[in-house]
Design a protein around this ligand. Structure first.
Ligand SMILES: O=P(O)(O)OC[C@@H](O)[C@@H](O)c1c[nH]c2ccccc12
Length: 261
């Protein structure tokens, strides 16, 4: 079984348990549930740098990245650095994250927040809203076209932006629909962990212009962004490159200064 299948299998069990612990009505009663969300897609359209900075403690491909930071400092640091949005990994087992991380990030900054999660059930979209997210991630590799349609419609009804992640042509064709705001091309193959910026380059011309194009993973220097911008990319999701340092906010700030300067 590949790692993505393993993660999704575990996720189905986890979500079933979560559902039994916290009823939907309780999520809907969250103070955050009815707040006005901020659009990441709009921020990216109006930005010169387009950086989405991620909070990621560890990953199956890199094991521990950084265990010595607190989410509050990271969120504030990213906001001060001038990023367009923040991505918060909420998967516990494989990435060391939690919904509490999302909640703390929400309490610490006004950036649009992406719930970075393996979404396989509408319940997780309600959680995203209740814990302060503005954007959800949908991963084409683990969803059918019908599910993408259903989940993205559901998210739009909650005023959440939808970032749809693809890794190849087949996933891209399956996913094009008007309820998607941003199309993210993951440079990392989630089944093998191979990383190549060529994935973003080769898929770019197949993405219709009404979607904001986001390039994800493996971006470790400003030159990579300069290389990808001519292909129409307006968003760049960066995790490890910032998180491996003692001060992710400061490294994001330095990165953006070099990029815009
Ligand atoms: O740390 P990196 O290589 O900069 O990557 C960030 C982000 O793209 C990556 O964490 C990611 C992209 N898509 C995902 C889906 C699930 C979990 C994680 C991811």
């Amino acid at each position: 079984m590949n790692i993505l299948d393993k993660i999704t299998l575990d996720k189905r069990k986890e979500v079933a348990l979560r559902k039994s612990l916290i009823p939907i009505s309780q999520l809907e009663n969250s103070v955050l549930f009815n707040r006005a969300t901020v659009s990441l897609a709009n921020n990216l359209r109006n930005s010169k740098s387009g950086i989405i900075a991620e909070h990621k403690r560890r990953s199956p491909s890199k094991s521990i990245i950084n265990n010595n930071l607190n989410v509050q400092d990271v969120a504030k640091g990213y906001e001060e650095a001038g990023v367009c949005g923040m991505s918060v990994l909420t998967d516990g087992k494989y990435f060391g994250g939690s919904l509490d991380d999302l909640l703390i990030a929400r309490a610490s900054c006004d950036l649009p927040l992406l719930r970075k999660e393996f979404i396989i059930d509408e319940y997780q979209i309600l959680e995203a809203k209740a814990y302060g997210a503005d954007v959800i991630l949908l991963i084409a590799a683990i969803l059918s076209r019908d599910e993408i349609n259903q989940f993205s419609k559901f998210a739009k009804r909650l005023n959440l932006d939808v970032l749809l992640e693809v890794h190849n042509e087949e996933e891209l064709h399956k996913s094009i629909m008007p309820t998607i705001d941003m199309l993210g091309v993951n440079n990392r193959n989630l089944k093998t962990f191979d990383v190549s910026l060529n994935t973003s380059k080769s898929l770019s011309s197949l993405i219709p212009n009404d979607f904001v194009k986001v390039s994800e993973s493996g971006i470790s220097h400003v030159e990579a962004i300069k290389e990808l911008q001519p292909y129409g990319y307006q968003g760049f999701l960066i995790g490890e490159n910032f998180m491996k340092t003692d001060n992710p906010g400061a490294s994001a700030r330095e990165f953006i200064k070099t990029l815009e300067g």
